[in-house]
Design a protein around this ligand. Structure first.
Ligand SMILES: Cc1cc2nc3c(=O)[nH]c(=O)nc-3n(C[C@H](O)[C@H](O)[C@H](O)COP(=O)(O)OP(=O)(O)OC[C@H]3O[C@@H](n4cnc5c(N)ncnc54)[C@H](O)[C@@H]3O)c2cc1C
Length: 366
């Protein structure tokens, strides 16, 4: 797209942060903002199209709008929700602001360095691998598509008044590292000879559980979203793995039906050599080492903001009519998909489509 834009003579500028629009005769006719320490103003006679991303990296907006405490994400670091404020100041109607594109994300890398470019996890690889919560229990089919897996982590347990799955522990063994460390789709399992500072290790499951406890203390309550692991976490993990192993040996998962759908098997990758039953399931190694990674629900970005119509025109709250000259596309706009994530590409696909519709509208001089 960049090459095509340059070929057509588009003037692409970096380091310009728009803070407001210029208006004349009730029409948006340009933008103002800052580049380095200097202010700038750009006039646009036909209209302004915002494509400034969601608000993943604006803690205040995340706290105000997300329905559960999601605080981390792999979105562009500039996704700070500027258009929420700019749109609201123009009287725009807000839409879909509690929704986000979700996928689990490794917690520790982002806690260590919030500016690090940490990718979300698009497939939990591994057959001798499970994900457990603070009680050491599995809660979900670990091979679900990433958005559904991320959403499962937001579960509210009304009887305990908590989100028990906001921090999950991905547990696996050495064989999983040997057979499933392919480095694709954000797969966080590294090969056995590669050091990973985020990995928690133990020679036995008891040692692993104790090491997880220590790691959680190091990370602190803010990173852990206030969740402590339960007193019987160790027992929970051991019972869960015993139960998992029993069924995995027969290639079945009676509780969550892992590995029974085509999309799961596609994302899982091929079976390890010798596994003829279910490529997504295999009993854990009888002896350690065992490993854990701490996962959190993360956004690819949020997808709510000023509402748009079918021509990407931003709508006014007062009368549901377009604000003249103002357009939006992508995650800065109230996305028409609601909570749904139809498939990979639904994000960029719709962003590009609405950008195109805005351009058609502007070029037709409506
Ligand atoms: C790890 C990862 C993998 C992904 N893989 C896929 C995939 O395979 N397929 C797919 O369809 N989607 C994928 N997505 C989602 C996709 O990247 C986003 O949904 C998409 O980039 C959103 O486009 P956008 O134009 O709305 O915003 P962005 O791409 O976030 O771009 C917004 C830009 O605006 C800038 N900006 C913000 N505020 C201002 C301001 N005030 N002034 C000027 N500039 C500003 C930001 O810095 C940023 O550069 C992935 C996301 C992640 C995190």
């Amino acid at each position: 797209m960049r090459d095509a834009a340059l070929r057509l003579g588009v003037d692409i500028r970096f380091g310009y942060r728009v803070s407001d629009v210029i208006q004349s005769d009730n029409r948006v006719t340009g933008v103002v903002g800052k580049s380095k320490d200097k202010t700038f103003a750009i006039n646009a006679t036909r209209g302004v199209l915002f494509a400034t991303g969601g608000f993943t990296h604006n803690p205040e907006l995340m706290s105000d709008h997300m329905s559960a405490p999601v605080r981390l994400g792999g979105a562009a670091k500039g996704s700070r929700g500027d258009f929420m404020k700019i749109g609201a100041s123009l009287g725009a109607k807000l839409h879909n602001t509690a929704a986000a594109w979700l996928a689990p994300i490794p917690l520790e890398a982002l806690v260590r360095d919030p500016q690090s470019v940490t990718t979300n996890i698009f497939a939990l690889r591994g057959d001798s691998m499970i994900m457990v919560n603070k009680y050491g229990h599995r809660t979900v089919n670990e091979k679900l598509p990433y958005h559904e897996l991320g959403r499962s982590m937001l579960r509210w347990d009304a009887s305990k008044a908590e989100h028990p799955d906001l921090r999950m522990y991905m547990i696996f063994d050495k064989s999983a590292r040997v057979h499933f460390s392919d480095g694709t789709s954000g797969n966080p399992i590294k090969p056995p000879n590669e050091h990973d500072p985020n990995l928690v290790e133990g020679e036995t499951l008891d040692e692993l559980a104790a090491a997880i406890r220590r790691r959680i203390e190091d990370l602190g309550p803010v990173a852990m979203a206030g969740l402590n692991i339960a007193d019987d976490f160790e027992t929970g993990i051991k019972q869960t793995i015993e139960e998992f192993n029993k069924h995995a040996a027969t290639g079945t998962d009676p509780n969550f039906h892992r590995g029974e759908s085509a999309i799961e098997l596609f994302r899982n990758g091929p079976a390890r050599p010798g596994n003829e039953k279910n490529p997504a399931l295999f009993p854990f190694d009888k002896t350690g080492p065992y490993y854990a990674l701490i996962l959190a629900p993360g956004t690819l970005d949020t997808k709510g903001g000023p509402a748009i119509d079918s021509e990407a025109r931003v709508l006014r709250a007062a009368d549901n009519k377009p604000i003249p000259g103002l357009f939006a596309a992508g995650n800065c706009a109230g996305f028409p998909s609601g909570q749904a994530y139809w498939a990979g590409g639904a994000t960029i696909g719709l962003a590009v489509t609405f950008g195109y519709l805005a351009a058609l509208n502007v070029s037709s001089n409506k």
